[in-house]
Design a protein around this ligand. Structure first.
Ligand code: BG6
Length: 460
C-alpha cells in the first residue's frame, strides 16, 4: 500500500475503448471503420453490439462512480465524429461524447481520452490505402483538432494513438489486405511513419487549444529479457525492445528513428519513404507523457534468418527470436505468462530514457469468467494479478518515479481483439456470450469490490 501522502493525487482509473464496448455501429450517424468491416470468425461476436455501452452509458457511469475511480480512460470513435474519416462532421457523435464527459466530470471522474484506438475509418482505407496515404495524416489532424475544440476545456488528459505497433501489423486494424510478404513488411513501417507524422499535428493542436493539456501515445511496452546472459542474447533483447517499443516512442518524443534501427531497416529495405519537409514537423512537437499498456514480458535470443515460429507477426524478426519468458505464470488466456516485476522494470526503462510522467493505461488479466447462480463472479486470480502489478506501481512511486496513475484493462467485459467474449478482462461482467446477447445485464465481479476497497483505503 502507498503512503497516504503519495496516494492522494494518484489517479486510480479503469480503461476501455470505443469499438470494444459501444456497439450501435450503424446508429447515430456513425460510419464504418476497419474493425467493423473485418471478417470475424463464424460464431464470434463482432462490433455491432459489443457491450452495448452506447445504450447503457448512464448505468455504466453510475458503476464507475460506485467503483470510486478518479479517472476513466475511454476512446472516441473516429467514425462517430467523421463517418467518412474526413469531410462532414456528425454532430450527433460529438453530442454523445459531450454527455459522457459531462456526466463523468459531474462525478469528479477525470476523462482520459484516447483519440484513436484501432478503429480507422474504412473510407480512408478505400480512398487512400488508410495510413499508407498521406491524406490520412491530414484526416487524423482534422479529427483530433475537432476533439480539442469541442472538449479541450473539459478534458486535460489525451492519448494520441493507442498501440501504433498493433496498427502497423494487424490487417484487421490497418485494413491493408492486398499486400503480403516483404511488400507488407515495408508497408508496416510506412504506416508507422505516417502515424508518427499525424501524431505531431495532434500534439501541436493539443498544445495550442487545451490549456494545461497533456498528450502522448499509449505504448504496448514490450519488456524483453535476454533468454540467457550471453552477450549475443543480451544484444538480441536490446534490439527487440528498441525495435518493438523505443522506435515508436522515439518518433513520438525525440522525432527520429533510433540510429541503429534506422540502419537495420535500411539494410533490410524496410525504411519508410520520407520527405525532406517531414523532419521539421517530426522535431517540432513532443509528447508530454507516456501511457503504458503492459500485460506480460518476453525473452529474446540471438537468431538470424527467417523466423518461422508461431509467434504473432510483430514478434517475428530477422534480427532476433522472441520466446516466452520461462519464469512467467501461464494460464488459459495469459499464454505468455505473467510477470508483475516486469511492469516496474518497464516503468524504470521508460523513465530512464525519456524523463516524462507516466501512466499505466492498460494492465489486466484475461479469464473465462463464470457467472454463478447467486449473481457473483469469483475472479480471485484476476485480483491476485492486479494486486501484484499495483504493488509494483506503488513501489515505483515510492522510489520517486512520476507515475501518475493506474488504469487497468478493463472496466467492462468487452470485445476482445480476436476472441470476442470468450476472453474477459472486465471488473464488471456483461451478461452475453459470443452468440447469445441475453440481457446484457451488468454484474460486479469480486475484483470490482476489491478495487473499490483499494481506492477507498488509499483515499483515507
Ligand atoms: C491491448 C489493446 O493491446 O490489449 C486492447 O489496447 C486489447 O484494445 C487488450 O483489448 C487486450 O488484448 P486482447 O486481444 O486480449 O483483447
Amino acid at each position: 500500500m502507498m503512503k497516504n501522502t503519495d496516494s492522494k493525487d494518484f489517479m486510480f482509473g479503469v480503461s476501455s475503448s470505443a469499438f470494444q464496448i459501444e456497439g450501435a455501429v450503424q446508429t447515430g450517424g456513425k460510419g464504418l471503420s476497419t474493425v467493423d468491416t473485418r471478417l470475424v470468425r463464424p460464431g464470434m461476436a463482432d462490433t455491432s453490439v459489443a457491450s452495448d455501452f452506447y445504450n447503457h452509458w448512464e448505468e455504466d457511469i453510475e458503476l464507475l462512480r460506485e467503483l470510486g475511480v478518479k479517472a476513466y480512460r475511454f476512446s472516441i470513435s473516429w467514425t462517430r465524429i467523421f463517418p467518412d474519416g474526413e469531410g462532414e462532421l456528425n454532430q450527433e457523435g460529438l453530442d454523445f461524447y459531450m454527455k459522457v464527459i459531462d456526466r463523468l466530470l459531474s462525478y469528479k471522474i477525470e476523462p482520459v481520452v484516447t483519440i484513436y484506438h484501432f478503429d480507422l475509418p474504412q473510407k480512408l482505407v478505400d480512398n487512400y490505402g488508410g495510413w499508407l496515404g498521406r491524406e490520412t495524416i491530414y484526416a487524423y489532424e482534422k479529427y483530433a483538432k475537432t476533439l480539442f475544440e469541442a472538449f479541450g476545456d473539459k478534458v486535460k488528459y489525451w492519448v494520441s494513438i493507442n498501440e501504433a505497433l498493433m496498427v502497423m501489423y494487424s490487417k484487421d486494424f490497418n485494413g491493408i489486405r492486398d499486400l503480403e510478404g516483404k511488400a507488407y513488411e515495408r508497408a508496416n513501417y510506412q504506416i508507422m511513419y505516417h502515424m508518427a507524422l499525424a501524431e505531431k499535428f495532434a500534439f501541436k493542436w493539443c498544445h495550442e487549444l487545451v490549456p494545461g493539456g497533456m498528450i502522448g501515445p499509449a505504448s504496448p511496452f514490450q519488456n524483453i529479457y535476454p533468454a540467457s546472459a550471453t552477450p549475443a542474447n543480451v544484444e538480441a533483447a536490446m534490439t527487440a525492445e528498441e525495435l518493438l517499443s523505443f522506435t515508436l516512442l522515439d518518433l513520438s518524443i525525440r522525432g527520429s528513428i533510433p540510429a541503429r534501427i534506422a540502419y537495420l531497416l535500411k539494410k533490410q529495405g524496410l525504411y519508410p519513404e520520407t520527405r525532406e519537409e517531414d523532419e521539421q514537423l517530426l522535431l517540432s512537437e513532443s509528447a508530454d507523457w507516456i501511457c503504458i499498456n503492459y500485460y506480460f514480458s518476453l525473452c529474446a535470443e540471438a537468431y538470424s534468418g527467417k523466423d518461422d515460429s508461431n509467434m504473432p507477426p510483430f514478434f517475428r524478426s530477422e534480427n532476433y527470436r522472441i520466446v516466452p519468458n520461462p519464469e512467467g505464470t501461464k494460464s488459459e488466456w495469459m499464454i505468455f505468462g505473467t510477470d508483475p516485476t516486469g511492469l516496474r522494470l518497464s516503468i524504470y526503462k521508460l523513465w530512464q530514457r525519456y524523463n516524462l510522467p507516466l501512466m499505466i493505461t492498460e494492465n489486466g488479466y484475461a479469464n473465462s469468467d463464470t457467472l454463478e447462480e447467486d449473481g457473483y463472479i469469483h475472479d480471485e486470480t484476476r485480483i491476485g494479478y492486479l494486486k501484484e502489478h499495483l504493488d509494483q506501481c506503488f513501489q515505483a512511486v515510492e522510489e520517486g518515479i512520476p507515475l501518475l496513475g493506474y488504469s487497468p484493462w478493463s472496466f467492462l467485459d468487452s470485445l476482445s481483439g480476436r476472441e470476442g467474449f470468450a476472453k474477459r478482462y472486465g471488473l464488471v461482467y456483461v451478461d452475453r456470450t459470443d452468440d447469445d446477447l441475453k440481457d446484457m445485464k451488468r454484474y460486479k465481479k469480486d475484483s470490482f469490490y476489491w478495487y473499490q476497497q483499494v481506492i477507498t483505503d488509499c483515499n483515507k
